[in-house]
Design a protein around this ligand. Structure first.
Ligand code: HDE
Length: 697
């Protein structure tokens, strides 16, 4: 019989090939146990009959370990499966007590804990971070009155007007059901077949084809509640509200070629960025803004505020800033928190209420329902990340995975158990309890039972036109080119002309550019259900018109090689850090770079694994010999070429010039010497460069 042995600290010999503490030693963290609390003597070897004999069924340690592992995954979300999240707080900066009785909006300066999850919509949980897609922006406020979930997106409107169409939208956009591709992208037959048959999607499509759908980071996206909600004050007066999140760093997006390359460079580009920003103390922050209005204002608009495919331009109704959201703590465990968090638009607190938006109404049912199949129990609200931070008391009992142990007999109400000296349990409170806003509001709340939509919902094009005309020429070119890119992937011949026929209702120039880009004849305009009206352009809808020129929070790549100037490198790193950005040194060998003064340093990333897509601006600092060596490396040439092609600032020292020449980096705005001007240059993108580097529609 062979003696059972452990590897010793030197890892030599034995039946296992892992380093484990010597037999009998105790770790500082305590003893390993089974889920029944039994101490485990050996976590390396299953129980066998003889050293080469069969494994024994009796081995409860092995069976329990494998059993638990087999069930580690839960069903992923049907939409928004891919997500990243963080803890933080909401701080009220404006007293809103006149407008709402919601406790979190009463006292200026008060902080409410939050858990925020961002997501893509179409891809599975393991898909990439940078497809062209809408992003979810879901905030759970753990208020003193219970949980309020504001479950929004990074685009202020939605594809559809009525919940009835949601399963069709999701089926059409997700991977096609026979071939199971494409993953995470809308550029395929079924999505465009469906969307082109649904004119109400047109406004959202113009947003989805814009740079909003390829954000630079989760920290640089706006967020929107989309639907019109209500705020209700102590006196029972209701005010309509639309919620906005405005990122402190401004809105920033990447460009399409960059997004495509990012999918190869870093699947986790957004997740990593969020995690690293928080871990380094550079806390992502947003302002909460409200658009507040009354019935009379709503009735004066040429569109319906209950229609989720419409927005109210900020120029028509300004956004009032009332608070800030700060994310300052990464989750401790992805599964326990980010995966198990269950948002639900039906979670509201006294002082906030719904409207009759037919999309919102459908959502009020869906989220609670889906959590049961995703988390497997009606008791999912007891999972720590979902549990309110205020007392929860009711007569609901039992169910799978019940974590509470209620005492006594009071599991019904009314009861008179207290008269007998027993605890009778909690009671309803007509004063502080949630009251639904009662007044029917301009809208007919009693009427015939009809499967219809309100009259103004039939206007599918006015706001798509508004969005289009509010963009800069560069943004318009991106939108037209995205339509071309996506529709070029559609094999169903009837679809692109049908889509262009819809776009003719938005803008003739847009339709023409898309038809030209596709190489198809201009189709006839599809007759609109209601003629579009012209609205005044809204600068707030453009990213480029609102871009914040700052390098705060940005990541700057510095390409070096052996012989790079030590003093310049040191100064550059210090300056970048002082400006609130993150320097990242890239070199051919990550473990060793010998600088001009003989100093040996480590790089942050290796050249092939750190392409310039992952940076906001780049600096190239090379010696003559270093440059010569890199001229033979495709990755180095591509590094400079992509940074230039992605319209970023490119700084270099004179010895690096041959690399720039070989990469086709031409002199012009944003191509600067490696001096103090670089940090100013790095604060923006150079849109004017684009027509020289790629053809757009
Ligand atoms: Fe969702 N949506 N949705 N949605 N949604 C879900 O809930 C649904 C809609 C949004 O990070 C699901 O827990 C219906 C609009 C976000 O966990 C599901 C309709 C907006 C998230 C669901 C909509 C959203 C979801 C899937 C039309 C922006 C991720 C898993 C009536 C205002 C939340 C889950 C997270 C998730 C249903 C439309 C945002 C199936 C039926 C409009 C950010 O319940």
């Amino acid at each position: 019989m062979v003696e059972k042995t452990f590897d010793n600290e030197l890892g030599a010999g034995g039946e296992t090939h892992q380093r484990v503490p010597e037999k009998g030693s105790h770790s500082a963290e305590g003893h390993l146990t089974t889920n029944q609390g039994i101490r485990v003597s050996d976590n390396q070897n299953s129980l066998k009959s003889g050293s080469r004999g069969p494994t024994l069924l009796e081995d409860f340690v092995l069976r329990e370990k494998i059993f638990h592992f087999d069930h580690e995954r839960i069903p992923e979300r049907i939409v928004h499966a891919r997500g990243s999240a963080a803890h933080g707080y909401f701080e009220l900066t404006q007293d809103l007590s006149g407008i709402t009785k919601a406790d979190l909006f009463q006292r200026k300066g008060e902080k409410t804990p939050v858990f925020v999850r961002f997501s893509t919509v179409a891809g599975g949980a393991g898909s990439v971070d940078t497809p062209r897609d809408v992003r979810g922006f879901a905030v759970k406020f753990y208020t003193k009155q219970g949980n309020w979930d504001l479950v929004g997106n990074n685009i202020p409107v939605f594809f559809i007007q009525d919940a009835m169409k949601f399963p069709d939208l999701v089926h059409a956009v997700k991977m096609e059901s026979d071939r199971a591709y494409p993953q995470a992208g809308s550029a395929h037959d079924t999505f465009w077949d469906w969307a082109s048959l649904m004119p109400e999607t047109t406004h959202m499509l113009t947003w989805a084809m814009s740079d909003r759908a390829i954000p630079r980071s989760l920290r640089t996206m706006e967020g929107f509640g989309i639907h019109t909600y209500r705020l209700v004050n102590e006196a029972g007066k209701s005010t309509f509200v639309k919620f906005h999140w405005k990122p402190k760093l401004g809105i920033q997006s990447v460009i399409w070629d960059e997004a495509l390359k990012l999918q190869a460079a870093d699947n986790d580009f957004h997740r990593r960025d969020l995690y690293e920003a928080i871990a380094s103390g550079s806390f992502p922050e947003w302002e909460l803004g409200l658009q507040l209005f009354d019935e009379e204002f709503a009735n004066s608009l040429p569109y319906d505020v209950l229609d989720a495919t419409k927005l109210i331009p900020e120029e028509v109704l300004p956004v009032k800033i009332v608070g800030r959201l700060v994310l300052d703590r990464n989750p401790d465990n992805f599964f326990a928190e980010t995966e198990q968090v269950a948002y639900c638009p039906a979670n509201i607190v006294p002082g906030i209420d719904f409207t009759n938006d037919p999309l919102l109404q459908g959502r009020l049912f869906s989220y609670l329902d889906t959590q049961k199949s995703r988390l497997g129990t009606a008791n999912f609200h007891q999972i720590p990340i979902n549990a309110p931070k205020c007392p929860v008391m009711n007569f609901q009992r039992d169910g799978q995975m019940q974590m509470n142990v209620p005492k006594g007999r009071a599991n019904y109400e009314p009861n008179s158990l207290s008269a007998h000296g027993e605890d009778g349990g909690p009671r309803e409170c007509p004063v502080t309890g949630f009251h639904t806003f009662e007044k029917s509001s301009g809208v007919e709340e009693q009427g015939d039972k009809l499967r219809v939509r309100a009259e103004l919902f039939a206007d599918h094009y006015s706001q798509a036109r508004l969005f289009w005309k509010s963009q800069t020429p560069s943004e318009q070119a991106h939108i037209a080119s995205s339509f071309v890119f996506e529709l070029s992937k559609v094999a169903l011949e009837q679809v692109p002309p049908r889509m262009v026929g819809n776009l003719l209702n938005v803008d003739e120039d847009l339709a023409k550019r898309v038809a030209d880009g596709l190489g198809i004849d201009m189709p006839k305009k599809n007759p609109p259900a209601r003629d579009a009206i012209d609205m005044d352009a809204s600068a707030a809808l453009s990213i480029q018109k609102n871009m914040k020129e700052t390098i705060e929070g940005r990541k700057i790549g510095i390409l070096i090689a052996d012989g790079s100037d030590a003093k310049i490198l040191k100064g550059l790193i210090t300056d970048i850090k002082e400006a609130g950005a993150t320097p990242f040194v890239v070199a051919p060998k990550v473990g060793k770079v010998v600088l001009s003064d003989g100093q040996v340093i480590k790089a942050d990333g290796q050249l092939a694994g750190s392409p310039s897509q992952i940076f906001d601006a780049v600096a190239i600092l090379l010696s003559g010999d270093g440059c010569k060596m890199l001229l033979k490396q495709g990755a180095a040439i591509q590094w400079a070429m992509d940074a230039f092609g992605h319209l970023k600032a490119v700084a270099s020292n004179p010895d690096a010039q041959p690399l720039l020449d070989k990469a086709g980096v031409e002199p012009g705005d944003g191509v600067v010497p490696l001096d103090a001007s670089f940090l100013r240059a790095a604060a923006k993108r150079y849109w004017d460069r684009e027509p020289n580097v790629r053809m757009l529609a």
